[in-house]
Design a protein around this ligand. Structure first.
Ligand code: NAI
Ligand code: MG
Length: 491
């Protein structure tokens, strides 16, 4: 397989590939080497304006809306087909831009394609209701699109996160302006390419890349957008919500987490270790739904920590392209942030049973797979999102305390339960404040299962059939007829 990719990437606005109006570019770094892999056109406010204008015009033309929903679905199947055909290119691009393995990049491509088939298949199943008001009225609801959906995507899974919101928007006949993440934008451009090849109307899907403070902020404040989808940090989500409040725009907010798995005494410990390792070390922990905490019975702490540390130490560290288990974090800045949080944890009294350091001897941005024991619930490492391969182990003496610990952060995205007893699993799942609960396998679920947060993890749901409800607003039509009182033709 080739190990290089296109050196210059353009934005996709109104069905055309374009430079930024100011001709600026953003340099894209390979996090595994610290070297530039490509450049991308940099969009700013004036480019955002072009894209929103195109999306608005396409929406107002009603081209998507007027299509028979079945045909809109078929168009989305075509997008999926093109993404699948490009899967090898996508995998390599995502590997060099984002640091994933080739298998991880391929997974991005296939997940993205799946979003288009899943929601394409639902395009003709979003039905309104008929509401009975008696014989003299005909009353029904129409699930109506909002208009222009502004979508801001983070760098950890740029392609599949973009695909899940673009697919929902198209299925419901909204048009889209998507800002790809400045740290790893390239794979999202395959959505543009697939839309182009599939014959999606010009302006229906626009994809541009820029920085958050100008391009992103200008997009969410643009007077002609009607809907916002955001995945990223709480602070950025709050600033977007303020912009949305000015114009009363609905938002879907997916703001990360500090998700905990509770290990009950009867659990299969080895299964829990394997699951937790996948939950926290996959993609170097840069996963919003990562299992960043493990809550264990005090008397089992030594056994669990020892096994968890052995698992962490068994992982190979290196560039994704070489197929390593533990791949780099996205940037030098993220590596610094993660290292800083590890140092602070050690200073606060947590014990690094494995890892805890940045690999200064390696060219890219690598953090050792890390397991902290003796973590107390008030420590920052137990409360704040690290977004790196860092697990905090906490202990409990009774099961109510375990639930309280799991629920004891400002976040509530996911939670996990390790037990052999279905009653225990159900009891705990019912009490955990989280949008999604995994039992005995972290990340159990998929594109079909609704996903989103409670508390500061955000609101609105992505994935599954439920997500579509966030892309439509109900219009009720009440018609006065005269079926009961004299509607008979001819009097
Ligand atoms: P961020 O939330 O600032 O960036 C996410 C996206 O928002 C990017 O596309 C960025 O360009 C855009 N953005 C930034 N400021 C904006 C603004 N004012 N208006 C509109 N868009 C804006 O996250 P960042 O700084 O890259 O990472 C910091 C931390 O955020 C991470 O360490 C992690 O804890 C968390 N994070 C969580 C993610 C999740 O999946 N929930 C994804 C990325 C980051
Ligand atoms: Mg930022």
């Amino acid at each position: 397989m080739a190990d290089n990719i296109k050196k210059y990437w353009q934005n996709y606005i109104n069905g055309d590939w374009v430079d930024g109006i100011d001709k600026d570019r953003i340099s894209i770094e390979n996090p595994a080497t610290g070297k530039e892999v490509a450049e991308i056109a940099r969009a700013k406010g004036n480019d955002v304006d072009l894209a929103v204008t195109a999306a608005r015009a396409c929406f107002e033309s009603r081209e998507l809306y007027n299509m028979r929903p079945t045909n809109r679905g078929l168009l989305m199947f075509e997008i999926a087909r093109h993404l699948t055909e490009m899967a090898d290119d996508i995998a390599l691009t995502e590997c060099l831009d984002n640091g994933k393995t080739i298998a991880g990049g391929k997974n991005e491509a296939m997940a993205a394609a799946r979003y288009f088939t899943y929601y394409g298949g639902l395009a003709d199943k979003l039905e309104g209701r008929m509401i009975p008001l008696g014989a003299d009225y005909l009353d029904y609801t129409i699930p109506s699109p909002f208009g222009v959906s502004a979508q801001i995507v983070p760098w950890n899974f740029p392609l599949q996160i973009a695909a899940r919101s673009v697919a929902c928007a198209l299925a419901t006949a909204n048009t889209v302006v998507l800002k790809s993440p400045e740290l790893s934008p390239l794979s999202t451009y395959f959505i543009a390419e697939a839309c182009h090849r599939a014959g999606v109307p010009a302006g229906a899907v626009n994809i541009l890349c820029g920085f958050g403070h100008d391009c992103g902020a200008d997009l969410v404040a643009h007077p002609d957008i009607d809907h916002i989808v955001f995945t990223g940090s709480v602070a950025t989500g709050q600033s977007i919500l303020r912009a949305a409040a000015e114009r009363v725009i609905p938002c879907i907010m997916e703001l990360g987490g500090k998700s905990a798995g509770i290990l009950f005494e009867d659990a299969d410990v080895d299964q829990a270790i394997t699951s937790t390792a996948s939950g926290i070390f996959s993609h170097a922990g840069q996963v919003c739904s990562a299992q960043s905490r493990l809550i264990v019975p005090t008397k089992m702490q030594d056994e669990v920590v020892e096994k968890m540390a052995a698992k962490a130490n068994s992982l190979s560290i290196g560039p994704g392209i070489e197929g390593h288990d533990l791949t780099p974090v996205i940037s030098g800045q993220q590596a610094e942030k993660i290292e800083g949080m590890c140092l602070a944890a050690a200073q606060a009294g947590a014990e690094a049973a494995a890892g805890g350091r940045r690999r200064d001897d390696m060219a890219g941005h690598f953090i050792e797979p890390t397991v902290f024991a003796n973590v107390s619930p008030d420590m920052t490492i137990a409360r704040e999102e690290v977004f790196g391969p860092v697990l905090a182990v906490l202990t409990y003496d009774d099961v109510d305390e375990a639930i309280a610990l799991a629920n004891g952060t400002d976040y509530g995205l996911c939670a996990g339960v390790y037990t052999k007893d279905l009653n225990t699993a159900h009891w705990a799942a019912d009490r955990l404040s989280a949008g999604q609960v995994f039992v005995n396998e972290w990340f159990a679920g998929g594109i079909e299962t609704p996903f989103g947060g409670t508390k500061r993890s955000g609101y609105g749901r992505e994935k599954g059939q439920e997500a579509l409800q966030n892309y439509v607003q109900t219009k009720n039509v009440g018609i006065r007829v005269t079926a009961g009182g004299g509607g008979r033709p001819g009097g």
